[in-house]
Design a protein around this ligand. Structure first.
Ligand SMILES: [Zn+2]
Length: 86
């Protein structure tokens, strides 16, 4: 996937390559960087709980449970992102 860098001094198109970085307390950052200016874009954050839920989601055949997990994961990722940025 090709994206345009939002750094006004760069503004170049680059190929998005998602990478992972481990942080303390089981936090995993999924990010990509602009290959021109090295600007870092954090795509999303997961923690142990999110990854456990995602595993459960793959296993469960219960649609209601699956929907509940999707919602919980989305909300937790939002919170993790806010904590990570502050
Ligand atoms: Zn750039």
């Amino acid at each position: 996937m090709r994206v345009t860098c939002t750094n006004p001094d760069c503004n170049k198109v680059f190929k998005m390559q998602l990478k992972e970085k481990n942080h303390p307390r089981g936090i995993k950052e999924h990010y990509f960087t602009c290959k021109h200016c090295k600007k870092r874009y954090t795509s999303f954050i997961t923690d142990k709980k999110v990854r456990v839920l995602q595993k459960e989601m793959k296993r469960t055949t219960d649609v209601d449970r699956r929907m509940a997990i999707v919602k919980e994961v989305e909300e937790r990722k939002k919170t993790l992102m806010q904590n990570f940025m502050n």
